[in-house]
Design a protein around this ligand. Sequence first.
Ligand code: PAF
Length: 286
Amino acid sequence: MRKNAKEIKIIKSPAALQKFSKKMQAHGKSIGLVPTMGALHKGHASLIEMSAKNNDITIVSIFVNPTQFGANEDFAIYPRRLKADAKLCATAGANIIFAPEPQAMYPLPLQTFVHNPSLEHLYCGKYRPVHFAGVLSVVAKLFNISLPNKAYFGEKDFQQLHLIKKMVQDLNFPIKIIGAKTIREKSGLAISSRNEYMSPKEREAASSIYAGMITAKKCCKGRSTCLLPTELKNIIQKKIQQAGGKIQYIEIVNKNDLMPAKTTKNAVILLACYFGKTRLIDHLEL
Ligand code: PAF
């Protein structure tokens, strides 16, 4: 992270940001966008640093997007702390924060959504039916407002990243999508804004997610063709359940199309589970 962080500019109006980005484009400046919902952590900082290194201007959007939360999810309690986030953004090298109010993003209820009917109801989408249409639609809006050359997303939300890449490809957005490796705590727990919902005990127990996936991966070594998904799922499930976690789903999929994997080649574990009331997702390539 940079030591001498500059004051960061906060823009709240979509029209003002679009005007700014058009001006930057006209001056031949490259724009990197890091879309976030705030409560920024080391994972976001690494995305911002990557963007700052590779673009003239880095915009971080901070918007807890209501349309991607289901009725009984954590929209109301999702952590909001713009002041601390602004500090992290400045230190990591961002130039602009785009922090619109919901009213500015949705002056009227959205009638036009981006859907991926093939993938939005699988895995996480099975349990969060409105989630991915909400994500794709807000990301499309953020792209049209900030006009980036490149946009940066964490691999932690593996299904989300895949769907965004597919949207960009299918709808010809002139934007390069960069996926960045998941940043983990020392225990192996993937860093997430939602980790702070957990008690210290739950947080410690949640390290079993990574431990379970690593054990499964070790079992695959040298068995390139004979993947046994049920066996692998059982290994992970046992580890998480022994630590007090509740599995929502564990799937082994092909990382290129997210369809069920037949071999370990290009296979990735996707899972969601609960520790206490906190829903966590994670993934690991085999
Ligand atoms: O990953 C997130 O934080 C959100 O889903 C995103 C991509 C910013 C859209 O609201």
